[in-house]
Design a protein. Structure first.
Length: 411
């Protein structure tokens, strides 16, 4: 007798306005106010003589910065992540502007993921503020509670939310469905602080009325093409024949559109994946010139190299390829890479290699972005020559040496 395949329950957890919520823990007096994150160091709150704080606002902002995230109060004004700060200032000039603090956000990211793992350990990390969780084997998940046939899975999802809140003080939204595609959609349905469970039987009533762009994987271009074909909702997409979609979108994407509209997604929750590279970059608040601003650029360059080295060492990797990324004031982006004889995770060696890459770039134009990357990653083992190379500093490299005042070789 064939075995019955057990029902899958996959959750997608998304932290609510994550960066902004972390900042509200630090500045509780801002709760309920429109707040945007994306400022620079000059937008740090000022502590006054009476102990109160003075915050920067968007009203007098000048620059090219963009919003990293915004509180829900700010979003009510049409302000959202990815929007330019000057454009946001027109919509909500009195919104509080705070600088980003990625070290703090990464700390809270580790905390909320550890809190989830205490309840359900099968987790796929999807970034700093979202994860997938396979609940299928969690004890009690398939049990009914009273007259609620979904009581078991509902209780476990609520336990996860409670654990995240008690550990971090932050709220999250969870969508639980039979697969990752639907759970990603469901986690957005009751934001913020929502818990949404959608069964396969509820697909026509709860998923099909939504816009096609709610499906993760249908971007602006595909959405516009579908709209031109008279398809605006997921249900309208589901009503189209697979062959019809394949004829217009190609074999792979057309078939995927058909399956996605019908809630078909067999992807597993992947608990581990090897990174391809590790990088750090920063966008300057004003364009910097390689000669006139070389002290500032050198300090930033060294800090980026040090951060890449720390990331590699913390995660147990070494990189054989070191590269740089530059974006100039005309928005042209240039990259240069250097392959080393042995992989490294040493700050001085990374800085030396990145500096050699830098000398291959024409630096006559002003810079708006600078980045450093380590690629071709390996995990050195104890006793390997690679491990020794990963820890050995490059001889003769002075981390304070300026790299932005030598003639550039544009070759």
């Amino acid at each position: 007798m064939p075995s019955v395949k057990p029902l899958r329950w996959i959750a997608h957890l998304d932290m609510d306005a994550f960066y902004a919520s972390v900042e509200l823990l630090r500045y509780p007096e801002l709760k309920g106010l429109p707040v945007v994150i994306g400022g620079g160091r000059r937008h740090q709150p000022e502590t006054l003589a009476d102990g109160s704080r003075r915050f920067a606002t968007l009203r007098h902002y000048t620059g090219r910065g963009v919003i990293t995230t915004a509180t829900y109060a700010a979003r009510d004004y049409g302000v959202h992540s990815g929007m330019g700060l000057m454009k946001a200032a027109l919509r909500c000039p009195d919104a509080v502007l705070l600088p980003t603090d990625f070290e703090q956000y990464r700390r809270y990211s580790r905390l909320f993921k550890a809190a989830v793992a205490e309840v359900a350990p099968v987790i796929e990390d999807r970034g700093i503020d979202e994860i997938y969780i396979d609940l299928s084997e969690v004890p009690g998940v398939h049990e009914a509670v009273g007259h609620d046939p979904l009581g078991g899975v509902r209780a476990i999802a609520q336990e996860i939310r409670n654990n995240v809140r008690s550990t971090t003080g932050l709220n999250c939204s969870i969508g639980v469905t039979p697969n990752k595609l639907l759970s990603k959609i469901a986690s957005e349905l009751d934001k913020p602080d929502g818990l949404t469970i959608v069964t396969a039987a509820e697909l026509p009533t709860r998923i099909w009325p939504l816009p096609v762009r709610r499906i993760n994987g249908i971007g602006p271009k595909a959405g516009a093409r579908l709209q031109a074909l008279g398809i605006t909702t997921i249900g309208e997409l589901a009503a189209r024949d697979k062959a019809w979609l394949v004829a217009r979108f190609g074999r792979g994407y057309g078939a995927w559109l058909h399956d996605a509209a019908h809630g078909i997604d067999e992807r597993a929750v992947v608990t581990h994946s090897e990174p391809v590279s590790m990088s750090r970059e920063t966008t300057f608040e004003r364009d910097l010139h390689a000669r006139h601003d070389r002290a500032e650029l050198t300090a930033v360059f060294s800090r980026l190299c040090e951060q890449v080295a720390q990331d590699l060492q913390r995660k147990g990797y070494a990189g054989r390829t070191i590269g740089i990324k530059l974006r100039f004031d005309d928005f042209k982006t240039v990259t240069r890479d250097l392959t080393l004889a042995e992989p490294t995770a040493d700050f001085a060696a990374i800085r030396h290699a990145a500096g050699l890459c830098l000398k291959r770039v024409d630096l006559t134009r002003r810079l708006r972005l600078l980045g450093v990357r380590a690629g071709t990653l390996v995990r050195p083992r104890a006793g390997d020559p690679e491990r020794a190379a990963a820890q050995a500093p490059a001889a003769g490299v002075d981390p304070g040496l300026s790299l932005f005042d030598a003639p550039a070789d544009p070759s």
